[in-house]
Design a binder for this molecule. Structure first.
Ligand SMILES: Nc1ncnc2c1ncn2[C@@H]1O[C@H](COP(=O)(O)OP(=O)(O)OP(=O)(O)O)[C@@H](O)[C@H]1O
Length: 248
């Protein structure tokens, strides 16, 4: 990135459930157009973090701002991709993508052009009239990617989206995701346990500690793209992050 502009500012984020302090004074910025990965041990509070970010939970202390304003799902354009495919079975692929756009009050005369564009980007042009039950797992994930990027979100939140998928599929979808991200230049916050995935995808990696969770360190990942998991530089960075975490 040439010029860094702060898109999301997380400041002193603190969340406890009763006596259990989960997030302990977490502060960091996400830059406009950045692909930021957050890795941390099981149970450190990644889901709690996302739920705090999206206001599902009230936080005990701190603030989260997008473009200098307190984050709000109604005010800001937030998109989510989770493990579940979350497509609507009764709508075809084109309608699934347009559903998100309509919800965001996208101009009706530009709807088709926009959905065509993202559907083409993920290689599903021939399937636009199919229903979710007629598609494979990887195609469904592509629909989800297309739908998320279609709205050009302020922030795309991803929570272990490919955790359950087999490796080949996972790599394909990660490449699909990077292609969309490069084209549309969305700010992405991607949460994962998988260090290799974080090194493959990110511009920067934030490493969390065990509970009470704070930021252990952050690593700039400027490996050139496309990345190869077997490149010595890739392996070196993966090992560096692994050594930093060592939560097992
Ligand atoms: N609603 C809740 N009430 C009480 N405790 C909670 C609640 N939600 C989460 N916790 C606790 O907060 C801690 C963090 O949970 P969370 O699910 O955020 O972790 P996680 O990092 O997402 O886990 P995983 O790595 O398994 O996905 C856990 O100890 C959990 O038991």
């Amino acid at each position: 990135m040439d010029e860094k502009r702060v898109k999301v500012e997380v400041k002193e984020l603190t969340k406890a459930f009763g006596d259990l302090l989960v997030l302990d004074n977490i502060s960091f910025d996400v830059y406009d157009g950045e692909f930021l990965c957050i890795v941390g041990p099981t149970g450190c509070g990644k889901t709690t973090f996302l739920n705090s970010l999206t206001k599902v939970y009230d936080i005990n202390k701190g603030s989260i701002q997008v473009d200098g304003e307190d984050i709000h799902p109604k005010k800001h354009n937030l998109a989510y991709i989770f493990q579940e495919y979350s497509t609507m079975e009764w709508l075809n692929i084109q309608e699934n993508v347009e559903f998100g756009l309509k919800a965001k009050k996208f101009p009706p005369d530009k709807l088709k052009e926009r959905s065509d564009y993202v559907i083409r980007m993920v290689g599903l042009d021939k399937y636009r009239n199919y229903y979710p039950s007629q598609l494979s797992a990887s195609m469904l994930q592509r629909v989800v990617i297309a739908r998320a990027f279609a709205i050009e979100p302020d922030l795309l939140l991803m929570d272990e989206p490919y955790g359950q998928l087999d490796l080949t599929l996972k790599y394909k979808l990660e490449d699909e995701l990077l292609k969309m991200w490069k084209e549309i230049r969305t700010t992405v916050l991607f949460i994962t346990h998988n260090i290799e995935e974080a090194v493959y995808l990110s511009d920067r990696i934030i490493v969390l500690t065990n509970k009470p969770t704070h930021i252990k360190t952050e690593i700039i990942n400027d490996l050139p793209r496309p990345r190869k998991v077997s490149d010595p530089e890739f392996v070196a960075l993966r090992n560096q992050v692994t050594d930093l975490i060592k939560w097992w």
